[in-house]
Design a protein around this ligand. Structure first.
Ligand SMILES: Nc1nc2c(ncn2[C@@H]2O[C@H](COP(=O)(O)O[C@H]3[C@@H](O)[C@H](n4cnc5c(=O)[nH]c(N)nc54)O[C@@H]3COP(=O)(O)O)[C@@H](O)[C@H]2O)c(=O)[nH]1
Length: 928
């Protein structure tokens, strides 16, 4: 400290400073200056009055001290001032002048002049503090704002003390003055930041908060007005949504002159720079801004400078805040930095609000979903106590919500126990719901099946459980229904083959264990295919339903398979017209035969279908456990074989299985597969049987009758394969072959000079179901060049009875082309006269069962006579079939029958033999 004035050195040492460690902060300098000032004041007090302002330091040391003090003041930004009341003189150090923007060469302003520089609002405070110092001798310590011509508003901190003489009279006021604007600005900024942070935390709605922030910034920082621009995503524009202060005509006029909406692509003016850079921007002269209101509006409002900052979250600028000031001021980078910080905070707040809003919406959405759900939702704790339920839960259980919230899951779930819930707990930590089947109990005590899915759920941070219950009543019903369908025939609702097999196996086990017998009855409707073919499948279905009812009624119980039965009889439908009956617990085969006969009896009862009287019969095959087989499939097979035997024996009967039938059945199977190949292998042939004029025995026509020359079985009669062909559908190609061969052969004979007589061909009902029968007949005639009038088609009486529109139309068409239509086997089908009258028919062939016993049997004779008489009235030709004796012939001739067919005149003969017979007949019967 060499060369340092002792006074300064003393004060430095007193305050703990040294040359090596000088005051480091403004505060330390302030303390040092105050100490030195007081020391100098003491010293000055010894000087004559008025000397203080023009101190002429008497020596070099003092001058040196003064220089050091000035230097210290400049470094510290601290001015020293003093006022001597006696002389009313002011002393300002150079730094005081600098702080107050005044020339140091001029005299310092007096108190009034200084007061005028003080911002109006701060003047009362200054006055009050100065008065306290003067009158109460209290130290002055005050911060206030000065309006300086060059630097605008500055914050000043003034300290002052009084110096008194020995009498207590104030001899001097002195103190320091310091520009604390920077600190003040930091404080204001911090206060604003904290204030806004608090406002954001309080989380008002944006519509309230954003205008409040604009207002806060304006008020605290001292800006005249401000506004908030928000991004309107729908309009793709930033819109000014709020401005402050409200209701100020000048500001309103200014904002009205400014655009209220700008596109996000705008790059001009203050707003444009913010949008382009995403950073705060400053406009030093509002009037020059190309976007802000016209200069006149800005100057009218007195607005000079402006700044704006983005409300930005990530890359998205959600809005902009802009502020205008009437004071000219330089750009404040610290303020812009602070604004940037505030902008980001506001943006985060907006993002958070959006997220909360989204959450609230999704919560509301979830709640709505839960409330509208068709499942029951139960929120409960791990002890099962219900915390929340949805409407559906209340509805399905019949409880009020309040009632349920006093209950536990165990109160509503008939199966769930607290232990179950505890056991579920660890599994639920994976977050995956657990599904169990359970039963829920309603308030009225009724129960219903549910599928329960239990999973964890966090509610207000607390781990809970969510149980979702789905009413399974309908699904269980559906499952039962599906199960029923799987084991029942949908048409008759009888057990199906699968169910029957299952049941038969069980019954065999029981019978075996208890040494009992059981019987399997295979029931097959006779000629059911005719019904289907002539009346259609709809009628066939109705008939099957009726027959299944009839069979069921014959049993000791009907369909009881679904129940846990032990020994009742059951009937099942295997498919088509096949039924099977299981009879348990009988002692004697006759009991089984009784059941079979009962079935046959009920089947044969007439049935009206579509207004038609239908007579059905059935054939039944019976196999007995254990005699006919010990396994289900053997018993079924043997019953089936026995059933075929019953059919072979003339149908409408039952047959017990015998071992010898096996061979017979094998023959049927061989026939069926052989018949399929018979046509292509050319194994079919036609025999021809003559029809003669009953008056003179001269050949009047012939019937083509099919024969099958089986390579192994020999000549198979049509009785054995025509029904098989009809059942398998092979009748259609077979009939086609017969028609073609008959026409071909007859055309050949006619072309060879054979006198033209009619040739009759049998038609099957099945052919009328197929499309194009007429076209096929016409084409065949055309192919062989045979006159339609030489063809006769024989149909059975059952086809007349069925009288479907389709059959009727086809026959009418065929008949109109000249073909004759004959009704075969007439008399056995009980067709009525009215049915006959409507039918397009030319010939009636009296069934040979009526002919066989005439003339001996009076009733057959009467029937035959009646048929002939009726035919005459209908102007229809009569043909008698199966005439084997001259008595029969004579009777028929005498009663007016037109033509005779039978062995008496001619057996069915193969082509060459028939030709020889025909030529001989013509020769013998030629008119003389
Ligand atoms: N759909 C078709 N059915 C046909 C065809 N060919 C024959 N059949 C039908 O087969 C049944 C048996 O016929 P079949 O064994 O040929 O017997 C015929 C005659 O042999 C027999 N008949 C004739 N006269 C007598 C007689 O004096 N005594 C006696 N016991 N039998 C005799 O009658 C059968 C002819 O009958 P029908 O046709 O009713 O006039 C039989 O139903 C044939 O219809 C064919 O190609 N298609």
């Amino acid at each position: 400290m060499a060369g340092m004035h002792p006074l300064l050195q003393h004060q430095l040492e007193r305050l703990g400073f040294s040359e090596a460690a000088p005051p480091a902060s403004a505060k330390q300098w302030s303390r040092l200056l105050a100490a030195i000032s007081e020391a100098m004041a003491d010293w000055e007090g010894k000087l004559p009055a008025g000397m203080a302002s023009q101190l002429d330091f008497p020596n070099r040391d003092l001058k040196d001290l003064s220089d050091r003090l000035a230097e210290a003041q400049r470094i510290a930004g601290l001015g020293y001032w003093s006022f001597t009341p006696a002389s009313r003189t002011w002393y300002w150090s150079d730094e005081c002048f600098r702080i107050c923007d005044l020339e140091a060469t001029a005299a310092p302003p007096d108190y009034r002049g200084f007061r005028r520089m003080v911002q109006r609002r701060d003047r009362p405070g200054l006055r009050w503090s100065v008065d306290r110092m003067l009158h109460a001798g209290l130290a002055l310590e005050l911060e206030f704002r000065l309006h300086l011509p060059k630097r605008g508003m500055r914050w000043i901190r003034v300290l002052g003390r009084t110096v008194r003489d020995d009498t207590g009279t104030i001899t001097r006021l002195h103190g320091t003055i310091m520009d604390v604007t920077a600190r003040k600005q930091v404080e204001v900024r911090q206060a604003v930041e904290h204030g806004i942070t608090r406002m954001l935390a309080e989380s008002e709605a944006p519509s309230v908060l954003l205008p409040a922030i604009v207002q806060t910034i304006c008020e605290r920082v001292g800006w005249a007005c401000g506004a908030y621009w928000a991004l309107n995503r729908e309009r793709n524009a930033y819109e000014r949504v709020s401005a402050w202060p409200p209701g100020n005509p000048l500001m309103d006029a200014f904002f009205a002159a400014c655009p209220s909406q700008v596109p996000p692509t705008m790059r001009q003016g203050l707003l444009g720079r913010v949008l382009e850079t995403g950073t705060p921007a400053w406009a030093g002269n509002v009037a020059l801004d190309p976007v802000l209101g016209p200069a006149v509006a800005a100057s009218h409002a007195g607005l000079r400078v402006a700044f704006a900052f983005p409300i930005q979250a990530g890359a998205q600028i959600r809005g902009v805040m802009e502020f205008f000031s009437r004071r000219v001021q330089e750009m404040d980078p610290d303020m812009l930095r602070s604004a940037h910080f505030i902008g980001r905070h506001i943006a985060q707040y907006l993002e958070r609000r959006d997220a909360e809003k989204g959450l609230r919406q999704s919560e509301a959405h979830f709640r709505a979903l839960v409330e509208q759900a068709t499942d029951s939702f139960y929120v409960h704790d791990s002890d099962g106590m219900l915390l929340d339920v949805n409407q559906h839960a209340c509805h399905s259980l019949g409880y009020l919500r309040e009632e349920l919230l006093r209950m536990s899951m165990m109160d509503i779930d008939a199966k769930l126990s607290p232990e179950d819930l505890k056991q579920l707990g660890p599994g639920l930590t994976t977050g995956a719901p657990t599904a169990i089947e359970s039963v829920h109990r309603r308030k009225d005590g009724t129960e219903f099946p549910v599928e329960l899915r239990i999973g964890p759920i966090l509610i207000d941070g607390k781990e809970c459980m969510l149980s979702l219950a789905r009413d399974m009543t309908e699904r269980v019903r559906m499952q039962q229904h599906i199960e029923h369908l799987a084991f029942h025939d949908s048409l008759t609702n009888l057990p199906n083959r699968a169910m029957f097999n299952r049941h038969l196996q069980h019954a065999i086990e029981q019978a075996d264990r208890h040494k009992r017998r059981l019987a399997v009855l295979f029931v097959d409707l006779d000629r059911f295919k005719n019904v289907n073919d002539t009346l259609g499948h709809g009628a066939g279905d109705v008939l099957l339903q009726e027959m299944s009812r009839r069979i069921s009624h014959c049993l000791r119980t009907s369909d009881v398979v679904a129940r846990n039965r032990t020994s009742e009889d059951i009937v099942a439908r295997l498919g088509g017209d096949e039924f099977v009956v299981l009879i348990e617990s009988f002692t004697d085969g006759s009991q089984v035969a009784e059941v079979a006969q009962r079935i046959l009896n009920v089947m044969v009862k007439e049935y009206i279908l579509d207004g038609q009287l239908i007579h059905m019969t059935a054939s039944i095959g019976i196999s007995i456990f254990p005699e006919d087989g010990r396994h289900d499939f053997t018993l079924m097979k043997h019953a089936d074989i026995a059933m075929y035997r019953a059919k072979d024996l003339g149908k409408n009967r039952y047959e017990f299985y015998s071992a010898w039938m096996n061979g017979h059945s094998a023959r049927s199977l061989a026939l069926e597969s052989g018949l399929r190949r018979a046509i292509e292998r050319n194994e079919l042939a036609l025999h021809y049987q003559a029809k003669v004029d009953s008056h003179n025995g001269r050949i009047a026509g012939m019937e083509a009758l099919v024969r099958w020359r089986h390579p192994e079985l020999g000549l198979v009669p049509p009785d054995q394969f025509i029904p098989l062909a009809e059942e398998t559908g092979l009748i259609v190609p077979l009939s086609r072959w017969v028609l073609n061969e008959a026409c071909r052969q007859h055309a050949e004979w006619v072309n060879a000079g054979f006198p033209p007589v009619r040739i009759a061909v049998n038609l099957s009902a099945r052919q009328f179901v197929e499309d194009g029968l007429c076209e096929e007949v016409f084409a065949t005639l055309a192919l062989h060049g045979l006159d339609a009038r030489l063809l006769e088609l024989e149909i059975t009486e059952s086809m007349v009875m069925a009288n479907t529109e389709r059959t009727f139309e086809a026959l009418a068409r065929l008949r109109s082309s000249g073909i004759r239509i004959a009704i075969d086997d007439f008399g056995v089908g009980y067709s009525s006269l009215s049915q006959l009258k409507q039918f397009p028919v030319d010939v009636i062939k009296i069934d040979r069962s009526f002919i066989r016993d005439i003339p001996g049997d009076p009733s057959d004779a009467a029937i035959t006579d009646a048929i002939i008489a009726m035919s005459k009235r209908l102007k229809v030709i009569t043909v008698a079939e199966g005439v084997e004796t001259p008595h029969q012939w004579h009777f028929l001739r005498e009663h007016g029958c037109d033509e005779i067919q039978g062995y008496y005149f001619c057996k069915p003969l193969e082509a060459q033999a028939f030709l020889a017979y025909a030529l001989k007949n013509m020769e013998e019967t030629a008119p003389a």
